[in-house]
Design a protein around this ligand. Structure first.
Ligand code: XMP
Length: 513
């Protein structure tokens, strides 16, 4: 049985990070809404209560049935989680004189507490709270303080309960991983057996059992998630998996051909559908970004559905949904607030059931699983690419000629990033989160040979990021930018000016449209 730690989400922005940190300790965990603790699940070895935007005194503050797990499995409260447990057990929680935010150092650490093993006075932690615990319940004791917060960490004497006022999951809490290791491994007894190899082994066995001889359809995008999902399913059910890869005409240069070849090389049963003519026709003259997206989304569903209907005995629709997609899709009251379906509208009458084997994985774990499955590195390390493709990088209306120009410029930029070595021997491509070229609706004057030119301007965009929620423009070397600019202007007919986008997100999004 796969052991797991349950993280109950009370709405903190860093709840997902707690999950990531546990996975880094090769410990499987699930993040669930604060009131959805799975009673009677014998695989649960511990519970973590997250922080929250609320104060325990807010009328709308989230509460949970502590008796479901306190005293049964070890519990760790973080920030609000610490205040909530103290408050419920008879302690006192009060507004801090001022909201505490930022670095603090621990003092009075009780090295005898199993939570504090290996953590010493002076360890740096990160605080972010408005309330503070001013008195502990009976039979609870303090195990660490900071200069401003006397009760920075506590434990119960009569139950396996620990809590910290600071955030061990954030990077700035330097002893955070040690503390979480003390909890997960030392206290809960995690075997630390979650690994890509164990994931592949158990998931393939589960898929075989779940799917039997059923036929399954999967939409491939060329991206990491759907590709890994396909290879995993292929290992479990082989030819009973049919993958559909739609070319909407706005992929990168030669991408449809190259990726299709990769997929075939991996032994996948894949149908490639070139529907570019339909997309170009429907997009003719459309300039408004959201309308472009809608048309592409609608056409994509039509093309995908038509192809899927040919597989008349299909029983399942597989999707490469990953954990962050699911977390974004659920709010903590357990209601779906955003549909995460990548391929969307398959008709109800097809009665397809959903199969999402990567639904518990974070992005970096998907990549590790891909490597475990022996997939080529260039498929695994691919940058994210928007569903509507180059359509959102051509400002204004879309024509096949504009796509051709952009594909050529983009190819020079991306190829350059792949080939340019940095000091540590890695490539610039691997250093950036995402990169591409934007075709601007601007013409400018230039000179080529003895001729005056009046041609298109393009912008290069490259960003560093860890989740695309925020992003910084990549500080690419000037020599590299100079070479790319030269190559584009010399080799791409129709472009005579290259700019570099030096804006960060927020306020500027990664894509221009
Ligand atoms: P923004 O431009 O919002 O992009 O900073 C964040 C991330 O999302 C990608 N993106 C999209 N992906 N359909 C997609 O599948 C879209 O319409 C879309 N728009 C943006 C973008 O490439 C970046 O990775």
């Amino acid at each position: 049985m796969q052991q797991k730690i349950i993280i109950l989400d009370f709405g903190s922005q860093t709840t997902q990070l707690i999950g990531r940190r546990l996975r880094e300790l090769d410990t499987f965990c699930e993040i669930l809404p604060y009131n959805k603790f799975p009673k009677d699940d014998p695989s649960v070895i511990g519970v973590i209560l997250s922080g929250s935007p609320y104060s325990v005194y807010d009328p709308e503050a989230f509460g949970t049935e502590l008796a479901d797990f306190v005293g049964r499995v070890p519990v760790l409260g973080i920030c609000y989680g610490a205040q909530y447990m103290a408050h419920r057990a008879g302690g006192r929680v009060e507004p801090a004189p001022s909201r505490e935010y930022g670095r603090a150092t621990l003092c009075g650490v009780d090295g005898g507490s199993p939570l504090m093993r290996g953590i010493e006075d002076g360890a740096q932690v990160w605080m972010s709270h408005g309330d503070t615990i001013t008195a502990l319940p009976p039979h609870y004791r303090r195990i660490a303080s900071t200069e401003n917060v006397e009760l920075a960490a506590y434990e119960a004497e009569d139950a396996p309960v620990w809590a910290v006022q600071f955030h061990p999951e954030v990077f700035h809490t330097l002893c955070g991983q040690q503390l979480l290791r003390n909890f997960a491994v030392g206290i809960c007894g995690s075997r630390q057996d979650w690994s890509p190899a164990s994931f592949v082994e158990t998931t393939v066995a589960e898929l075989k059992q779940q799917l039997g001889q059923d036929r399954v359809i999967l939409g491939l995008s060329g991206g990491v998630d759907s590709s890994v999902c396909a290879v995993l399913l292929n290992r479990a059910i082989g030819k009973n998996l049919t993958c559909i890869f739609v070319d909407h005409g706005m992929l990168r240069k030669d991408e449809f051909r190259d990726v299709l070849r990769d997929y075939e090389g991996l032994g996948l049963n894949v149908v490639g559908v070139d529907a570019s003519a339909k997309f170009f026709k429907d997009l003719e003259g459309v300039t408004e970004p959201e309308r472009k997206r809608k048309i592409i989304g609608r056409d994509f569903i039509e093309v995908f559905d038509a192809e899927a209907r040919k597989i008349t005995d299909a029983r399942w629709l597989a999707q490469g949904t990953i954990y962050p997609d699911r977390i974004e899709s659920l709010n903590i009251t357990g209601k779906t607030i955003k549909s995460h379906h990548n391929v969307g509208g398959l008709p109800e009458e097809m009665h397809l059931r959903l199969c999402e084997p990567l639904q518990w994985l974070f992005k970096d774990e998907v990549r590790r699983v891909g490597r475990q499955l022996g997939m080529p590195e260039h498929l695994i390390a691919r940058h994210p690419f928007p569903g509507p493709g180059l359509a959102v990088r051509i400002l204004g209306d879309i024509t096949p000629e504009k796509v051709r120009v952009l594909q050529e410029a983009d190819d020079i930029f991306i190829r350059g990033l792949r080939e340019w070595r940095t000091e540590d021997g890695d490539t610039l491509y691997n250093k950036v989160w995402q990169a591409g070229v934007v075709l601007l609706p601007v013409q400018s004057v230039g000179v080529m040979g003895d001729e005056r030119t009046y041609e298109q301007a393009v912008a290069l965009r490259a960003v560093t990021s860890s989740d695309a929620m925020t992003a910084d423009w990549a500080h690419l070397p000037y020599e590299f930018l100079a070479q790319v600019s030269n190559d584009i202007i010399n080799r791409v007919r129709g472009v005579n000016r290259v700019c570099y986008d030096i804006s960060s997100k927020p306020p500027s999004t990664i894509e221009w449209e």
